[in-house]
Design a protein around this ligand. Structure first.
Ligand SMILES: Cc1cc2nc3c(=O)[nH]c(=O)nc-3n(C[C@H](O)[C@H](O)[C@H](O)COP(=O)(O)OP(=O)(O)OC[C@H]3O[C@@H](n4cnc5c(N)ncnc54)[C@H](O)[C@@H]3O)c2cc1C
Length: 387
């Protein structure tokens, strides 16, 4: 089996990068050890945004380009096929809440200075945008009209299908095991459960498994310990279908009061999370423990949405505890692995937002051998002593 490039990992990052590689005429294969989208990509809030990333301009712009990438894909394939809800996002805050209103207003100023599509909405407009929310009379908000949310598993399968249509190969139940390389270190092949794949280019897109995969491939145990990535778990609760009502229409964050973020799930229900409840569960928490934390989230959601069943629907909800691949400085790690010619990596949080842009940039880099300017700040060369 000969390939121009083999991608390890059938999550959103791997499948989208494979799509852009195939589009550039590369003969590409994706190897996924389990099922497509079985990892973090199916356990994500999946808010596509640059709104929450204002601190660093390069990183904000990379995320904003992610939105552009989705808009281009939507123009070509249609929102429905991709699983996109392009309804924007709201951050709701009370006028009387001095601390939080300043934070949200400052954020809007920064977003507008970057040219990001965003504006301020008054109480009247908020009520029109989200009629099911219980809103105090002094509630106002930041509306980021270009933001979206994604049915990420659907999108991953769509990308994989496009890869196949473009002549590529997608293999599930096929783990990558180790590398074959020449004496000078240049990659020549990948040993997998399905045999050896001959290739001079391997892209590791293994999400939270990236450090362990790099150790296994290279035989250097140090990657598992030294690769600068934290694994940060996060709980999401998915309620049953709330038909005939669509209780929220877009991503909604509440600044002030109990933490809560909520969006319209593609099953007709709600997807609910909060930053402070993330730390209360681990991927191996018992179902009873998860339900206890889920009931907190459901109660908070009911407080905001009087028409919602709240904790009484906990037994009809589903729960995911995903593991965020969180690079130490919070920004994507994407580019060649120093000292290992032919081996490339993308490891990133916000991978739902970023996958179209990082995938496109990585395909440019692999096809041309030149690092695009936009990618430069995010390459692995910024990590001391990695190669
Ligand atoms: C609770 C939560 C909320 C989030 N919210 C957002 C958000 O709102 N917006 C946003 O943009 N991002 C968000 N993220 C982050 C985002 O979901 C991740 O950045 C993204 O899903 C990572 O995708 P990935 O393809 O890199 O990893 P994954 O989806 O984990 O895919 C990696 C794949 O590699 C496979 N693999 C591993 N080892 C091997 C091997 N040896 N051989 C073959 N296959 C292998 C795995 O089985 C897995 O399928 C959130 C994450 C969490 C957990």
């Amino acid at each position: 089996m000969n390939f121009d490039a083999v991608v390890i990992g059938g999550g959103i990052v791997g499948c989208t990068a494979a799509f852009y590689l195939a589009r550039r005429g590369q003969k590409v294969a994706v190897v996924e050890q389990d099922k497509l989208a079985c990892g973090t990509s199916s356990k994500s809030f999946a808010w596509i945004n640059g709104t929450s990333k204002t601190a660093d301009e390069d990183y904000h712009r990379l995320n904003a380009l992610g939105l552009t990438g989705y808009a281009e894909l939507a123009a070509e394939f249609g929102e429905k096929a991709l699983g996109l809800n392009p309804a924007g996002s709201l951050q709701i805050v009370r006028r009387g809440d001095d601390t939080n209103i300043k934070t949200v207003r400052d954020k809007l100023d920064q977003l507008q200075a970057y040219g990001y599509p965003s504006g301020w909405v008054d109480n009247h407009a908020l009520r029109a945008l989200e009629p099911h929310l219980s809103l105090p009379d002094d509630a106002e908000g930041l509306f980021a009209m270009g933001d979206m949310n994604l049915d990420a598993p659907k999108f991953v399968h769509f990308m994989a299908e496009q890869v196949r249509t473009l002549g590529g190969t997608v293999m599930e139940g096929c783990a990558a095991r180790s590398l074959e390389a020449r004496d000078d270190g240049q990659v020549t092949g990948l040993l997998t459960d399905a045999g050896t794949m001959n290739t001079e280019t391997i892209l590791v897109a293994a999400g939270p498994g990236t450090p362990e995969v790099l150790s296994a491939l290279t035989g250097y145990d140090g990657f598992a310990a030294r690769f600068p990535m934290r694994k940060v778990p996060g709980l999401l609760v998915r309620s049953p279908d709330t038909s005939p009502h669509q209780l929220v229409r877009r991503v909604v964050y509440f600044a002030g009061g109990p933490e809560l973020h909520i969006l319209p799930d593609f099953n007709g229900g709600l997807k609910i999370g909060a930053d402070d409840t993330d730390g209360m569960v681990e991927p191996d928490s018992s179902l009873d423990d998860v339900k206890r934390v889920a009931a907190i989230l459901l109660a908070r959601a009911q407080e905001r949405l009087p028409g919602f069943a709240g904790p009484e629907c906990v037994d009809d909800c589903t729960f995911t505890i995903g593991v965020r691949p969180y690079p130490a400085d919070g920004h994507s790690l994407a580019g060649p692995l120093p000292g290992a010619p032919g081996l490339f990596v993308i490891a990133t949080h916000s991978g739902i937002t970023l996958s179209p842009e990082l995938g496109r940039l990585m395909a440019d880099l692999i096809a041309t051998g030149r690092t695009p300017d936009t990618l430069q700040p995010f390459t692995l060369s910024r990590i001391e002593g990695l190669g």
